[in-house]
Design a protein around this ligand. Structure first.
Ligand code: ADP
Ligand code: MG
Length: 207
């Protein structure tokens, strides 16, 4: 896959269609017949994390720590923490948000399940839609995959509308090509004029 020697993306990329099944996964028929399991491909994926309840910075740090501790997930980059006013939902406190780049051998569904398990473990209660939450982990983009399934929509359907997603994403992946063809840097610049969010602080943690 087009990832450089250091594991970073070497060129802007946009998510393409679902990858086709690869049969024996590149193994020779003899090796496949011998029961050898081909290595799972590594893919780049981008996540958005947010918290507006409890120890917000601690919740973000713990979620990143748990992501990094998940087998099959390597956290490559973590953005600064951004403080933003809530969008939609009932009156509630401001959010802290950040974006994370991972390289993963998990499938999109496995990665979503990991996110939901971390949300549950950190005590998130799903009550009001778009209500306050200890932690929210959204899957923004998964390399090579598009999906219209409401259980897992990829790219994330509100990715382009949310400056609290675009600003941190542009910080860690400015050349990433978004679904509308703009780079993350371009999209975040466009959006900055209407932004109420502010960059708050460098994170005190790394994955
Ligand atoms: P939101 O993040 O939209 O504020 P929730 O975190 O409660 O709300 O998620 C609601 C549902 O969104 C989840 O049950 C999940 O299955 C679904 N969903 C669809 N696409 C995605 C995605 N790309 N990332 C995370 N959740 C998603
Ligand atoms: Mg969510």
């Amino acid at each position: 896959m087009p990832v450089g020697r250091d594991g970073q993306a070497t060129e802007p990329r946009s998510p393409g269609p679902l990858p086709q099944a690869e049969g024996s996964g590149g193994l020779s028929p003899a090796r496949a017949a011998a029961g050898e399991v081909p290595p799972r491909p590594s893919r780049l994926a981008y996540l958005s994390l947010g918290s507006n309840l409890g120890n917000r910075e601690g919740n973000l740090a713990e979620a990143v720590r748990r992501l990094a501790g998940t087998s099959g997930v390597e956290v490559r980059r973590v953005s600064s923490v951004y403080e933003t006013a809530p969008v939609g939902g009932p009156p509630q406190g401001d959010f802290l948000n950040l974006a994370v780049e991972v390289v993963t051998t998990l499938s999109p569904r496995e990665l979503l399940a990991t996110c939901q398990r971390i949300e549950a473990d950190l005590g998130r209660k799903r009550s009001v839609r778009w209500g306050p939450r200890t932690i929210d982990l959204d899957l923004l983009l998964y390399e090579g995959v598009t999906s219209a399934d409401p259980e897992l929509t990829l790219p994330h359907p509100r990715l382009l509308e949310r400056q609290f997603v675009l600003l941190p994403l542009a910080e860690i992946a400015p050349d990433l090509v978004l679904p509308d063809g703009r780079t993350a840097a371009q999209a975040s610049r466009m959006d900055r004029h209407s932004s109420r969010g502010q960059k708050r602080a460098r994170p005190r943690f790394r994955g």
